[in-house]
Design a protein. Structure first.
Length: 164
């Protein structure tokens, strides 16, 4: 009988220890979107995207001009010249396609480079808020399936720590 009581007491210890943990949540999107660094990141990405769109427009215009010129005189051209012009049109199309693919990769790289310091700043603030308030865990609400109304929302604390 005593063995059963000791075993039961040992099983309750982890439950008691878990009940003492303080868990909070915060909404990373709400915090990050109000940071001035995020606005600067958005502006930088927009400028880059505008430059890319301008260049794509130039390539599109070049393609259109070459194609229209080719169509206007295709019947009159010698076979070798017609083939060369078709290759030139294909070359412009390939350059535009390659440029668009490389531009998407560049935008993704810039996004990651600019977002990393923002995320690091939020992590630093989260750690400080967790240490100051004795939280064992601070979870991101965007990845949670359910948040109890009685759960602690650390978003205001993180925003305050970031000076927002």
């Amino acid at each position: 009988m005593i063995k059963k009581i000791v075993l039961f007491a040992l099983l309750l210890i982890p439950v008691g220890a878990f009940a003492q943990e303080k868990i909070a949540y915060f909404n990373s999107a709400d915090v990050i979107q109000v940071m001035p660094e995020y606005k600067q990141m958005q502006d930088s990405l927009q400028k880059t995207q505008t430059a890319i769109q301008t260049e794509l427009g130039i390539l599109e215009e070049e393609y259109k001009k070459r194609y229209e010129a080719f169509m206007a005189e295709a019947d009159k051209l010698v076979e070798t010249i017609r083939i060369r012009r078709m290759q030139e049109i294909q070359d412009v199309e390939n350059r535009a396609s390659t440029f668009q693919e490389e531009s998407q990769k560049l935008l993704q790289k810039i996004y990651e480079q600019l977002l990393t310091p923002i995320q690091q700043k939020v992590r630093t603030a989260l750690k400080a808020v967790g240490d100051e308030n004795g939280f064992t865990y601070i979870l991101d609400a965007s990845s949670l399936l359910y948040v109890s109304p009685s759960a602690v929302d650390a978003s205001p604390l993180v925003k305050k720590k970031l000076g927002l």
